[in-house]
Design a protein around this ligand. Structure first.
Ligand SMILES: O=C(CO)[C@H](O)[C@H](O)COP(=O)(O)O
Ligand SMILES: [Co+2]
Length: 220
């Protein structure tokens, strides 16, 4: 099992001082930086695009984990790689040609992930599992921060980890995203997740270092 990584989502950061917010979570013990890109079509909300990432990425040493909640993600892979992405995750539900998109991401020299909405079964990625560096199990319906964790997703994480282990696919990440906090983190880690995205639980806390540490402590 990979060491547990905590990936604060900048969706819940103060956008008026994004660079300072990222520097703070880096000093506070974050492992990855989770970047939520929304287009107002695939999800009913709009955030930001590659130019915003390009402005902040050179100023952080964190691993940049880009979560594309957009239609036609294949049109934007090159832009996000140029902007500083280290991993790009696309939604299975947004890709008619999922295999092609995964290979396009890898051809750009970055890691590739696929996200599954709560209603999408893990069988949707059966034919591409071997090609993936990560599966993102959404533990809320994508589109907004601050939503309640969906408990049924714990079983989905477990099914996925068991399935990957059975295939000998052990160096592969399972990320969970949505409603992750010191209350829910242990449930998903015990089920097999190793990357924990948290937006409101970290950026909504007055002391970000304490918030990250309390998620880590909850895993013991
Ligand atoms: O992808 C996302 C929403 O679609 C966000 O990463 C996620 O919701 C994080 O926010 P919170 O931890 O507040 O639930
Ligand atoms: Co996300």
């Amino acid at each position: 099992m990979n060491p547990i990584k905590i990936a604060p989502s900048i969706l819940s950061a103060d956008f008026s001082k994004l660079g300072a917010e990222i520097a703070e979570i880096e000093r506070s013990g974050a492992d990855w930086l989770h970047v939520d890109v929304m287009d107002g079509h695939f999800v009913p909300n709009i955030t930001f695009g590659a130019p915003v990432l390009q402005a902040v990425a050179p100023h952080t040493g964190l691993f940049v984990d880009v979560h594309l909640m957009i239609e036609n993600p294949e049109n934007y892979i090159a832009d996000f790689v140029k902007a500083g992405a280290h991993m790009i995750t696309v939604h299975a539900e947004a890709c008619v040609h999922l295999h092609r998109v995964i290979h396009l991401i890898k051809e750009h020299g970055v890691k590739a992930g696929v996200a599954l909405n709560p209603a999408t079964p893990i069988s949707a990625i059966e034919e591409v599992l071997d090609d993936l560096d990560m599966v993102l199990v959404m533990t809320v319906n994508p589109g907004f921060g601050g939503q309640a964790f969906i408990p049924r997703m714990v079983d989905k994480v477990k099914q996925l980890r068991d399935w990957a282990n059975a295939k000998g696919h052990t160096a592969f990440h399972i990320e969970v995203d949505g409603g992750i906090s010191a209350t829910t983190a242990k449930l998903v880690v015990d089920a097999g997740a190793d990357v924990l995205v948290a937006g409101s639980a970290i950026f909504g806390a007055p002391d970000r270092a304490k918030a990250i540490q309390s998620i880590r402590d909850s895993l013991n």
